[in-house]
Design a protein around this ligand. Sequence first.
Ligand SMILES: N[C@@H](CCC(=O)N[C@@H](CS)C(=O)NCC(=O)O)C(=O)O
Length: 235
Amino acid sequence: MLQEPGTPRTSRLRRSGPLIPDRRARTRRTMKLYTARLAPNPRRVTMFVAEKGLADRIEAVTLDLATQTKTPEHFARHPLGLLPVLELDDGSMLSESRAICSYLETVQPEPNLMGHTADERAFIEMYDRQVEFALLAAVAGWVRHGHPGLVALEPVQVEAYAQLSADKARKAADWLDVHLSDRAYMAGNRFTIADITAFCAVEFGRLVKFKPWETHTHIARWREAVLARPSAQAS
Ligand SMILES: N[C@@H](CCC(=O)N[C@@H](CS)C(=O)NCC(=O)O)C(=O)O
């Protein structure tokens, strides 16, 4: 809440902590990215970090999704016990892949991955969210309910839900292929965050043998271009 200059903070606010931590009041230290192998959301951020050339400035801490995310230590970082989490240099914990990327885009504006102008920013966000909700969510449902290795995260795996998610993922791939038929990348002629989200979703599907690039030519051409980027190899 905005306050008049000089207005003291209420004791209630002081007890629960400010919504946005006062970054000036703390000492600076290296940022840490809590991440996990193979998981698509942590990979989105790892790829984003690599594209920004920030890997040397952020320490990666790899946790085991099955055994190290529902612990008191990790609940202190993320109330739902999920990954990724970026620990900022003031010690505050930022989660949600897109929020982490927005923060990093501001800290390191170039190369631009989220848009310069109002139009660019809005359309890149639109594609990023479409791909997150239509493709990544479907692939995640399919893998979590259809792959035996995910039983630690999804103790009651529902076969029907895996099938429903598989159908949705295939439909999303059909849409993606048409979408990519007249453009090099998700948002036009340059690589953006929307390509990172789409790529991480498609690659995660390999766990259930979902390989839309084998049947969809535009996805195949686009995937080759993304695979060739150092960030794809580094994540
Ligand atoms: N909306 C969150 C999703 C985070 C999420 O669901 N992460 C998964 C890995 S991809 C996770 O931590 N899963 C652990 C669990 O479900 O217990 C984001 O964008 O970061």
